[in-house]
Write a protein that binds this ligand. Structure first.
Ligand code: UDP
Length: 316
């Protein structure tokens, strides 16, 4: 019997690489495509030589040529941290628009199912709390975050058009803040930022007064949710994230306590359009997929701190 074959764009990124691991573990062949703009070969080097895994360094905003049959196309390519998309605004817009178009075109040509990695950023700075999938969002299209938010909103619209007009089987996952091993220590996101700072004995940079909230999901839970959406019959977007919400200041205190290093807190200006609250309403995933996060925040953070410690030790 032919093996099921999946293409993962952005497969050398944080989530993409965990997804490659998982799909290989499911017995699939995996074609990992990444231009390594923000992804890293280090995230997938353990997969080189693994039966069924291939890697291609390629920019998916251009025509994607994959010989042979393909069953799934999972589109995970995109800069995904605020400082990345502020530094790479055009690339972010291109991969969300042109890249999504090419990845959908590949799925259509191969008769494959397509899954889009979307984001809680489609809700912008939300006026509804928590955010259900039915909420349309509050996004500033011309602000600095607009390049990511609007690219992802466009990619959702494009995905739905391919579903409705071309009959492509499509899935959309709205991913909320996720953390775990393989995040870049300096990608600017709050989890790697705080862990790296505490490990280095540097002050914690809290933006604004730290009263803004986020809800953090451990990567293993996120991947399980994504795979369930992939295999589900839900063609509309599904939120996958952890509803356990806390302020950024509470989060800073948690990291200090877990690492056991009481570094000072340094308050910095709040970035433009930084959402004041964020918490997924996961009723849909709970009821239709029987999914909910299982890894408690502190357990996930301990594993992530362990990863960052090892990384520092290797580089020392
Ligand atoms: N943040 C912070 N200090 C940092 C990095 C981020 O206080 O060094 C804040 C940021 O302003 C936001 C929250 O932490 O309110 C989460 O930021 P992140 O960049 O992880 O992602 P976002 O959820 O904003 O997309």
């Amino acid at each position: 019997m032919e093996r099921v074959r999946a293409v993962v764009t952005g497969g050398a990124g944080f989530l993409g690489s965990h997804l490659c691991d998982r799909l290989l573990a499911e017995g699939m062949e995996v074609v990992c495509i990444d231009n390594l703009l923000t992804g890293s070969l280090a995230n997938v080097e353990h997969l080189f030589g693994v039966d069924g895994f291939t890697f291609e360094k390629y920019d998916v905003t251009n025509y994607i040529h994959v010989p042979g049959e393909v069953d799934f196309v999972l589109h995970f390519a995109s800069p995904a941290s605020p400082i990345d998309y502020l530094e790479l605004p055009i690339e972010t817009l291109k991969v969300g628009s042109l890249g999504t178009h090419k990845a959908l075109g590949l799925a259509k040509a191969k008769g494959a199912r397509f899954l889009l990695a979307s984001t809680s950023e489609v809700y912008g700075d939300p006026l509804t709390h928590p955010q259900p999938e039915s909420y349309w969002g509050n996004v500033n299209p011309v602000g600095p975050r607009g390049v990511y938010d609007e690219a992802k909103r466009f990619s959702e619209a494009m995905t739905m058009a391919y579903q409705r007009f071309h009959g492509v089987s499509t899935r959309i996952v709205r991913i909320f803040n996720t953390f775990g091993p393989r995040m870049r220590p300096r990608d600017g996101r709050v989890v790697p930022a705080f862990i790296s700072q505490v490990l280095a004995g540097e002050p914690l940079t809290v933006f604004g007064d730290g009263s803004q909230t986020r809800s953090f999901c451990y990567v293993d839970d996120e991947i399980e949710g994504i795979v369930r959406v992939l295999f589900s019959e839900i063609g509309d977007p599904v939120n996958i994230g952890n509803p356990a919400e806390m302020t950024v200041l509470q989060f800073a205190e948690t990291i200090r306590r877990l690492v056991g290093n009481h570094v000072p807190i340094e308050f910095r200006p709040l970035p433009v359009d930084d959402p004041k609250v964020r918490q997924p309403d996961i009723t849909l995933a709970r009821t239709r997929l029987g999914w909910e996060p299982r890894v408690p925040l502190e357990e996930g953070l301990r594993r992530t701190i362990g990863y960052f410690r090892e990384r520092r030790a290797r580089q020392a």
